[in-house]
Design a protein around this ligand. Structure first.
Ligand code: ADP
Ligand code: MG
Length: 189
């Protein structure tokens, strides 16, 4: 994937790709640009666009990491008993450009929110390390998702704190257009 072959060009996609290009230029020039929060429905190409940004950064010798949030949280939970958890967390905290894919798709426990996501964002904020996000949710919907714990309790302050950090890291861009997954499925061909 490259930014150049995002070929279904809706107005929103053109804007998102332009913002991604600007991010890369500014970052290469030593600025501390804001990253992107890509939101939109299933299959519009959010993860694909992250991959394109990661590839363009790699061409410029800038390391990045795409983390699929649902798998990552499962892995971290499974890693509690062994020592790999700290190593993984350290890596995610410190990688020059982090991309958190599909935030909101997980069932976020209070623990995951406050002990995993919170500290990662906190660390990266202090060091001004760019962090991208993708989500099916817009900011308001994600706030709602983060507010209700699995036990059904409402934890507005903690959720608001995370949202505040996410807003500081990234500007929202809506991706629209067709669902690529349907376009490329054999049934549709
Ligand atoms: P989302 O993350 O928004 O759910 P994806 O990025 O996973 O959507 O895209 C869905 C499918 O369409 C994937 O198989 C992806 O590789 C493909 N795809 C998305 N955007 C493009 C594109 N610009 N060109 C070619 N394939 C694409
Ligand atoms: Mg995706």
């Amino acid at each position: 994937a490259t930014l150049a072959d995002v070929h279904i060009k809706t107005k929103a996609k053109i804007e998102a790709v332009a913002a991604a290009d600007r991010f890369i230029d500014d970052y290469v020039n030593g600025l501390k640009p804001k990253a992107l929060y890509l939101h939109g429905s299933f299959g519009v190409g959010k993860t694909y666009l992250l991959g394109a940004i990661a590839n363009d950064l790699a061409d410029k010798q800038i390391p990045s990491l795409i983390v699929y949030i649902p798998d990552f949280l499962r892995e971290i939970k499974a890693g509690i008993s062994d020592n790999t958890i700290n190593e993984k967390l350290e890596y995610v905290k410190k990688v020059p450009v982090l991309m958190l894919d599909d935030i909101g798709a997980e069932t976020m426990s209070s623990w995951a929110r406050d002990e995993v996501l919170g500290p990662i964002l906190q660390y990266r904020m202090a060091d001004k390390l760019p962090t991208f996000f993708t989500s099916n949710f817009n900011f308001d919907e994600l706030l709602n998702h983060l507010t209700f714990s699995q036990r059904g309790e409402k934890e507005e302050v903690k959720a608001a704190r995370i949202m505040q950090r996410i807003r500081t890291f990234a500007d929202p861009y809506l991706l629209d257009g067709k669902n690529y997954r349907q376009l490329i499925s054999p049934k549709q061909a």
